[in-house]
Design a protein around this ligand. Structure first.
Ligand SMILES: [Zn+2]
Length: 209
């Protein structure tokens, strides 16, 4: 079974990471985030979809994709969304050595700096965290995890089952993860408009992190 919702104990064990946003009584904010892009056509689809629902979102970009698709990053920012660091090469914290991981994080940071783009923080690829990320990087930059993982990259999941899980779990303050990647697109293209529509019906407002 795919676990969409982070069990409540995990954020309690790892409080230096951002798992959700605190909500006050009046806030209906939810946070749509997109990892692994920018990807030609797919990120453009996401941008069109967000515009249709007047939603704002955050894109955790892979540095090498930013280098290859700078015009898409410009479109993301021009549409009022924001971007964050997702490493240069989608580094896996459980496989990279500490020095290599830092270099991959910094290489992505450098790409943003060269383009004069402000990164809002870091999302570790695969959500994998090691002691360096948890104890040191978290002191330098916010590290954004999530509340609800769509699993849109998982071919074994149907779009219908993801939508159903979203409707069960999304609440004000939730951080949702999608992927603007080729792999996720068969599910993303169905799930994204459906969950944006659901949020609209509930009066939840997709906002910047
Ligand atoms: Zn990723």
């Amino acid at each position: 079974m795919f676990i969409h919702q982070i069990p409540r104990i995990v954020p309690n064990l790892l409080p230096k990471l951002v798992w959700s946003r605190p909500v006050n009584e009046n806030s209906q904010a939810v946070y749509f985030t997109f990892d692994d892009g920018p990807t030609p056509e797919i990120t453009n689809f996401v941008l069109d979809c967000l515009a249709e629902f007047e939603a704002k979102a955050t894109f955790f970009c892979i540095g090498k994709n930013v280098v290859n698709n700078p015009e898409i990053v410009s479109d993301i920012l021009a549409s009022g969304h924001q971007v964050g660091n997702h490493t240069m090469n989608h580094a896996n914290a459980w496989k990279y050595g500490q020095e290599g991981y830092i270099q991959d994080y910094l290489a992505c940071e450098k790409v943003f700096n060269h383009m004069n783009i402000k990164s809002i923080g870091f999302r570790p690829p695969y959500g994998r965290v090691n002691s360096y990320i948890y104890h040191q990087l978290s002191g330098i930059t916010p590290i954004f995890m999530w509340t609800f993982l769509t699993g849109d990259y998982n071919q074994d999941l149907s779009a219908h089952s993801i939508i159903k899980a979203g409707i069960r779990h999304i609440k004000p303050g939730s951080i949702l993860v999608f992927h603007d990647s080729v792999k996720a697109f068969p599910r993303l293209k169905v799930v994204l408009p459906a969950l944006l529509d659901y949020c609209l019906q509930q009066n939840y407002k997709p906002e910047l992190l």
